[in-house]
Every structure is written in C-alpha cells, then in structure tokens.
Design a binder for this molecule. Structure first.
Ligand code: SF4
Ligand code: SF4
Length: 322
C-alpha cells in the first residue's frame, strides 16, 4: 500500500504546500453567500462542502473580457494573457470534465493563444462530491482530467495523481501522507441518457420547444453558468486618432443579438435560440459533432428563473420519423 492518504487534520498543511506551485484558489463563500472559486488567503475560508459554484472554473481560462489586440500608430500588439501560475483546488468531477471539453475546443490546432497560455499555468486538483437533486453526471464519476484527485472519506482524502505535475504535488507533500485504503466514491444520482433519443427534437415544431419558449425570458443565465458554454463576441474599441483595442467578451446564444450578422438575424425567435443551445450542448457541431458537452452539473436548472429543466429532453419517448 502506497503512502497517498491525507488525514483531514493535515489539510491546512497540504494547502500550504500547494502554494509552492502557484497562487492558491479554492471554493469559498462570498459575503453575499455566493459559492465561488476565489483566492484562498486563509485556509479557514475554504468551503469544501459545496454542491456547485455559481460561475464554473471556466472563468480562469476564458476571462469575461480580454484584450486580444492593441494598435497604436500602425503598430499592432497581441494582448497579453494575464497573471502567473494558479493552483485551483477543490474542483468537482463535472467541472473537470467541463475544462476537458473546453480544451478540445480551444487547444485544437490552431490553439487559441490566450487560452493555451492560461491553461499551461493552471494546476487542477479535483475533489469527490455528493450529488444533490440538480446533479445528473454519470454514475461513479471520478474524473481523471486533472493533475491530482482527492477522494474524501470520514478520516481524510485518498490522493491519486493523473499527470507529471500531479506526481510533483504528491512528492512535495509526501511528508504529510500515510498509507490508507481508497474509499468508495459516493453513489451518483444520474440515470439520464444523453443525447436525447427522440429524433423529432431536431424540429422546431416539437411541443417541448414550444413549452420551453412559452416561459423562457431569454435572460441567458443558463449559458453564463454552464461550464462548457463559450460563446464570445469580438468588439473593436477605437481611440482615434491614436489607435484602439480589440476585445473578446462573453456572449450568449440565448440573446437575440447573438444571431445578428450584417443586418440579418439567423435566430430571431426565442424558440430557435433555445433549441440551438440545447442541441449544440447534447449533439455537438463542426469537429465535435456528436459529442455531448453537458457534464450534468445542474447549474442551468438551479439558476433558471422559470424552472426550465433540460432533463425533460431525455424524458421524451423515442418516436419514429414521420
Ligand atoms: S447544460 Fe446545464 S447541466 Fe449541462 S453542463 Fe451546462 S449548466 Fe451544467
Ligand atoms: S435561464 Fe431559463 S429563462 Fe433564462 S435563458 Fe436560460 S432557459 Fe431561458
């Protein structure tokens, strides 16, 4: 039996060791009670018993707003990609799988330079979790899409390395570890089958889309909080005569403006925007055609002000094409 068990009483020392690898960020609770990933200056601020943060860890890889180009007097300079190394501790498996999906999008050839730079500076440490009624990730999910994964038990954490960086983390914290059994991961609440089985869901006259669209208010919250939604817009901010900047900013396919191109709008109807998002989420498109990018985190159901639950998609019985 190898020494890869960390007693709960040594967690604070372990967190101090992690600081050797970068600025430590972890789940915390804001003054207004929002669960969020934030810098962890005091270990006492760690809140590991969370279900989901309001905004997923994608914020570390895709800033809400970033400068991608600055031009002055005919000289163009690419934007810089931000700060130094970050150790992100306490990520649940669904969010790790979300990052793995974003990697497939933004590190595919040619890789996005900003995303690529930030990703290379990010150390990911996962922690096992207990599902609630909103979760529907696959059964026995224990993601390996991280550097180190901690499986919790009553006495502490079993540590498993999944990268060279993970091995270095284990080595640096070896003096805190002891031999111990690996606990069983908690049972999951899933049972949902994606992609949706009903082929008629592709058509806009399906009654489910009409039902969703009759209550959706196009607030976009379901997309903002989704760990795999990455719609963005690119805007120019001229500062004539000197030059200007080009910014990349989060956008949202639930907004009517997202479908506008040269005066036309490809998805003016709310129903079409809802259908577009969900079919993209579950069926993929372009190089990731057929890939389900919903990781079952349950955020969209939790935040939707009118209670739209995309799990209804899979509750539809499969029917023959007309
Ligand atoms: S679609 Fe909903 S449940 Fe699926 S990953 Fe996005 S926010 Fe989570
Ligand atoms: S959160 Fe709900 S109401 Fe808001 S855009 Fe998404 S589905 Fe529509």
């Amino acid at each position: 039996m190898t020494r890869n068990f960390l007693k709960t009483s040594r967690l604070d020392q372990f967190l101090e060791t992690l600081r050797l690898f970068g600025e430590l960020h972890a789940p915390t609770v804001s003054e207004s009670g929002v669960h969020r990933f934030a810098p962890l200056e005091d270990p006492g601020d760690l809140f590991l018993d969370y279900r989901r943060t309001q905004i997923p860890p994608k914020k570390y890889l895709l800033p809400f707003r970033e400068e991608i180009l600055r031009y002055t007097g005919g000289v163009y300079r690419e934007g810089h990609s931000g700060a130094g190394d970050i150790v992100l501790f306490g990520i649940h498996s669904c969010d790790l799988e979300g990052i793995a999906y974003l990697d497939r999008v933004f590190l595919a050839d040619p890789a996005d330079p900003g995303y690529s730079a930030r990703r290379s500076r990010l150390t990911l440490i996962g922690v096992s979790c207990e599902p609630d009624d909103f979760c529907f990730c696959p059964e026995k999910r224990e993601s390996t899409a991280c550097d180190l994964f901690l499986t919790q038990s009553d006495q502490g954490f079993h540590l498993a390395s999944h990268s060279v960086k993970g091995e270095a983390l284990l080595s640096a914290s070896g003096h805190l570890l002891e031999k111990g059994p690996k606990p069983s991961p908690p049972p999951r609440a899933s049972g949902y089958c994606f992609p949706p089985q009903d082929p008629q869901l592709r058509f806009s006259d399906h009654p489910l889309w009409k039902k969703f669209a009759s209550t959706c208010v196009s607030c976009g919250a379901c997309s903002v909080c989704c760990p795999t939604c990455y719609c963005f817009d690119v805007r120019e901010y001229p500062a004539l005569p000197e030059g200007g900047t080009r910014m990349r900013e989060w956008d949202n396919c639930l907004f009517a403006s997202h479908g506008e191109v040269a005066g036309a709008n490809f998805r003016p109807e709310r129903l079409d925007r809802l259908r577009f998002r969900f079919l993209h989420k579950f069926c993929g498109f372009t190089p990731l055609q057929g890939v389900n990018s919903c990781v079952g985190c349950g955020r969209c159901k939790e935040v939707c002000p009118v209670g739209i639950d995309l799990r209804e998609l899979t509750a539809q019985p499969a029917r023959e094409k007309p």
